[in-house]
Structures are given as structure tokens and as C-alpha cells.
Design a protein around this ligand. Structure first.
Ligand SMILES: Cc1cc2nc3c(=O)[nH]c(=O)nc-3n(C[C@H](O)[C@H](O)[C@H](O)COP(=O)(O)OP(=O)(O)OC[C@H]3O[C@@H](n4cnc5c(N)ncnc54)[C@H](O)[C@@H]3O)c2cc1C
Length: 406
């Protein structure tokens, strides 16, 4: 049996290694457009490779996978984060868990993951062709003909497309539903000078929301010289990726500086602080866990002079301050890349594939995995987890489709 995997990234290499182990007789070829396989894995997590997550902080997979959560829930029964950890540990990669459940190799070196997979591919006798960009795939009877720009022409029994995010024009003749790719995971440009002047400040817990929509996020916020970044921003960019693309990355934004506290609670907090600290300056003593330089900006925005004492704030002043802390309005005026980490939302529509096997419904014998599918996640190791999971499931489906002896 001949299997051709298009794309030598995380999903493609993981699928190849697992398939060869499950069905050693399979003749596997991986076609990779770039000069090297696993080039993206080498730069993941800032070169440290956040390869999965404990998922402990995730109560619903939708929080991690804005697109593809139902499919991931099902596939995790076959190969989930626990299996990923033991898979790499069995290969001698010691792992460590860092903040927010992020799991890295203890070596803090993404090249260890690259070497582990590359060495296994060599040892198992998997053929790898680099510099080989596929530009055509067509059905010939029950097989597939795959033609690449280096002149190679392969007739294969089964094929798997694992070409990552972005568009794959060679899929057009197969008439598959494709959800148009748009970027996810970016930071926001905010025009507000007063905010940007506070660059470098970190606010431990805020809530962000886009008015008129259900897009909300929660977490740490980082103020930058162009606007805002940090986990809360990246999550919101992921949840609202398609909406913000449609809005040309221009939209109102509300920052709730005290997280999920409602307006009444914010007001109560300020009132009791005023009672207890009536003689203190508003600018220098406050009940919110906010950096001093940000607090100064928020009281200025609320029309409270810096020489005012708490006793002098009055009902109006206190209400204005409560409203600013509860829902401070800004405008998103564009997007910026996040440390070059770039994930695409969109890809082959999940309605085109079997949720059990990841085989294409219209073209049996053709499989999909990784970011080529319309699955993507927030940061934290969830995107690579999707690549390992879907790559493994494709390997299993392929091996079960023809057994070991073929
Ligand atoms: C800078 C950066 C940092 C990241 N850090 C993390 C992280 O720490 N944790 C995490 O979970 N996720 C991270 N991600 C996301 C993660 O890397 C991807 O989600 C993951 O690599 C997707 O795996 P994949 O196999 O689907 O695609 P890829 O790894 O992108 O592999 C696809 C491969 O297909 C090849 N290809 C494309 N078209 C063709 C063609 N026509 N013919 C032949 N080959 C083709 C490409 O050259 C590529 O090598 C990061 C992404 C970036 C860009």
C-alpha cells in the first residue's frame, strides 16, 4: 500500500511515524514544499515548543478551540493530551509544565522535538522529499495522482493533506467546501495615546468585550506602545477572528479593568474605600489591583483631579469612576502580529470529513489533518495538540483501512 502525505509539518511527520509503526509494510512518502521538514515546529513557543497543555484550566473545549471543539472532543478519546505526553516521554523527551498548564520539553529546546520526529522518520524508512510543492492532485480510479513543482509525479493508493494554515490552491479541482482562511492570534492597535503612554504595564485580570457581540475574554492584559497584547487580547483575537476580519480590524472594545465584577459591586467597592480612606488622595490610594500609572490615567479619564481626596469625589465622580473601571470604551484600529506566532482560522470545512476517521466524504482514500482543517486554538500548546491528535487519527484510520499485512 502506498500512502503519500502532503506537508512535512507537525501533523504530517507525526502521522507518518505513527502509521509506519501501526502498519510497517506501508510505503510512505512525505512531500514537503520547504527545504526542511518541521520548520515551523522549530520556531514554536519562541524556540522552546509549547507542545501541549494540561487542559486543567479548560472547562469546555470551546474555550481552547473556538473552531473545531466538537471534533477535538471526539478525537481526544483516541489520542488526547495525556497520550501526547506519554508518546513524547516514551521517546525520551522529558517534559515540564509551566504557567497556565503549558507543557514544554524540559530542555526548553524545540529542536529536541524536531530531532525526535526526524530521527524516527529516518529510522523507520519513511521517504521524505523536500523542496517539493504539490500543485495538483487528481483522482484516477480509486487512486490519486499527485504532481509537484519539482517534476515528481506520484500515483498513490491513499493521500493525506497536512499542508498547514493558509490556502492550498491545488485542492480546488476536488470541489471541497473551504472556509476562507483569515488570521487568528494577533494583538490590537489602539489609538488612545493616554493608554499607550502606559506601555509595559501588566494588569493581572481584565475582561475584554466587543460591544454588540458575544465575544468576550478574560485574563492578563499587557499595555504596549501600539495598544494591547497579552493572553486576554490574544484570546479575544482568536474568538473574534472572523468577525474582526469582516470589520477590517476596526471595532469598538470595552475593557473591564476589574475583570468580571459587575457595576454595582464596583460602586460598592469604591464607596467602602471612600468611607475608610476619606482623607487620602484618590490618585495615591485605591482599592483596585491596578498599576499606579494606569490608575492615574483612569481617574483623569473619569474627570477626577489628582489633588482630590476620596471625601471630595461626590456621587457623580464616584459613579464616573465606577463606570470607567467597569466598562472603559476604546477602539481597535488594526492588528499586529504576536511574536510572529500566527495561526490561521479557516481551511477545509469540517462538514467535508468523517469525524471518526478524518477521511474526505466526497473522495474516499483522501484524509486531512492539522491546520489544513478548519480547526484552530488560542495560544498555550493547543494548536500543536490539534496537529498531533489529527495526525495520529489519520495514521490509525489509514492503518485500519487496509490492515497491517498489505
Ligand atoms: C512562530 C510560531 C510559533 C508557534 N508556537 C506554537 C506553540 O508554541 N504551541 C502551539 O501549540 N502552536 C504554536 N504555533 C502554531 C503551530 O505551529 C501550528 O498550529 C502547527 O505547526 C500546525 O501544524 P500543521 O502540521 O498543520 O502545519 P505546519 O506545521 O505549518 O506544516 C505544514 C507543512 O506543509 C508544507 N506545505 C504547505 N503547502 C504545501 C504543498 N503544496 N506541498 C508540499 N508541502 C506543503 C509547509 O511547508 C509546512 O512544512 C506557532 C506558530 C508559529 C507561526
Amino acid at each position: 500500500m502506498r500512502v503519500t502525505i502532503i506537508g512535512g509539518g507537525a501533523a504530517g511527520c507525526f502521522a507518518a511515524v505513527n502509521l509506519k509503526r501501526m502498519a510497517p509494510q506501508t510505503d510512505i512518502t512525505v512531500l514537503e514544499a520547504g527545504r526542511k521538514i518541521l520548520a515551523k515546529v522549530a520556531i514554536t513557543g519562541g524556540g522552546r515548543c509549547n507542545l501541549t497543555n494540561t487542559f486543567e484550566g479548560i472547562s469546555d473545549l470551546k474555550e481552547a478551540y473556538p473552531r473545531g471543539d466538537k471534533l477535538m472532543r471526539r478525537l481526544f478519546n483516541t489520542f488526547g493530551p495525556r497520550e501526547t505526553r506519554s508518546w513524547f516521554e516514551k521517546e525520551g523527551v522529558r517534559l515540564v509544565t509551566m504557567d497556565e498548564g503549558c507543557i514544554f520539553p524540559a530542555s526548553q529546546d524545540a529542536m529536541q522535538i524536531v530531532r525526535t520526529l526526524s530521527n524516527l522518520m529516518t529510522r523507520l524508512g519513511i521517504t521524505v522529499k523536500t523542496g517539493c510543492r504539490v500543485h495538483e492532485i487528481r483522482k484516477e480510479g480509486s487512486r490519486f495522482r499527485i504532481i509537484s513543482n519539482d517534476g515528481s509525479d506520484i500515483l498513490t493508493d491513499q493521500a493525506a493533506v497536512m499542508t498547514g494554515g493558509g490556502s492550498s490552491p491545488f485542492l480546488s479541482p476536488l470541489a471541497l467546501g473551504i472556509v476562507p482562511p483569515v488570521p487568528s492570534l494577533f494583538t490590537f492597535n489602539i489609538g488612545d495615546e493616554g493608554l499607550r503612554k502606559r506601555m509595559g504595564l501588566v494588569v493581572p485580570v481584565v475582561s475584554l468585550g466587543i460591544p454588540g457581540t458575544n465575544f468576550r475574554s478574560h485574563g492578563t492584559l499587557l499595555i504596549t506602545d501600539w495598544g494591547i497584547s497579552g493572553p486576554a487580547t490574544l484570546k479575544l483575537s482568536s474568538f473574534a477572528a472572523r468577525y474582526l476580519n469582516e470589520m477590517d480590524y476596526r471595532s469598538p472594545l470595552l475593557i473591564r479593568w476589574l475583570g468580571d465584577m459587575d457595576l454595582e459591586d464596583v460602586r460598592d467597592l469604591l464607596e467602602s474605600f471612600r468611607t475608610e480612606h476619606a482623607r487620602k488622595l484618590v490618585s495615591s490610594a485605591h482599592p483596585a489591583q491596578l498599576p499606579g500609572r494606569l490608575w492615574e490615567y483612569l481617574i483623569e479619564k473619569s474627570g477626577i483631579r489628582e489633588d482630590k481626596r476620596w471625601a471630595e469625589t461626590g456621587t457623580k465622580g464616584l459613579n464616573r469612576l465606577a463606570e470607567t473601571l467597569f466598562a472603559d470604551p476604546y477602539r481597535i484600529e488594526g492588528r499586529c502580529a504576536f511574536k510572529e506566532e500566527f495561526v490561521t482560522c479557516g481551511g477545509v470545512a469540517l462538514s467535508e470529513i468523517s469525524y471518526k476517521t478524518l477521511e474526505c466524504k466526497k473522495h474516499p482514500g483522501l484524509f486531512f489533518a492539522g491546520e489544513a482543517l478548519d480547526i484552530d486554538a488560542i495560544t498555550g500548546g493547543f494548536n500543536l495538540q490539534a496537529a498531533w491528535t489529527t495526525g495520529y487519527v489519520v495514521a490509525k484510520s489509514l492503518s485500519e483501512s487496509y490492515g497491517d499485512g498489505d
